[in-house]
Design a protein around this ligand. Structure first.
Ligand code: SME
Length: 156
């Protein structure tokens, strides 16, 4: 990972560490993530609730997808497989649930606590094939930092 991305991981980890509510943790993380790149056009969290993903804090256009089944969308694919999904061309992926017609590519990174998926980070870009392996690596580290903080809050 390059130093700019490694610095963002450190910055988010440090920024969420003193926060004491789940909402604050997700909100702060989404703000820092969104400001990282002009190519991140919709940045948000979905949180697992039973077998559905509920929209959490986000920055970007209002989305009709406030609740997504584990078996729908790219979001559902990442949550059910517990693996990061990168789609270079959302117009060619039948799973894609559109939030904005200008979206061209998407990355969804699950928030994993061992085998349990607590939610996910979802980022859309208006540029095709915007998300790199470096983004994946960075976002997986950030997901880990968010999960660690959420677990700390759960146990206090
Ligand atoms: N594109 C997602 C739905 C969420 S919106 O992008 C905010 C999907 O296909 O699951």
């Amino acid at each position: 990972m390059d130093t700019v991305r490694a610095d963002l991981v450190k910055e988010i980890t440090a920024a969420i560490e003193p926060l004491i509510t789940k909402r604050e943790v997700l909100q702060r993380a989404v703000e820092l993530l969104d400001s990282f790149s002009d190519g991140y056009d919709w940045t948000g969290f979905y949180i697992m609730n039973g077998d559905k993903l509920h929209l959490g804090p986000y920055i970007g256009e209002k989305t009709p997808h406030t609740e997504i089944s584990l078996y729908a969308g790219i979001c559902g694919a990442a949550a059910s497989s517990k693996k990061t999904v990168i789609v270079d061309d959302v117009t060619a992926d039948p799973r894609h649930l559109a939030c904005s017609l200008s979206t061209r590519s998407e990355i969804v990174v699950p928030l994993l606590d061992g085998e349990e998926c607590l939610g996910e980070i979802d980022i859309d870009s208006n540029q095709p094939a915007f998300f790199s392996e470096e983004d994946r690596e960075m976002l997986e580290y950030i997901a880990e930092a968010v999960v660690n903080q959420l677990k700390k809050l759960r146990s206090t």
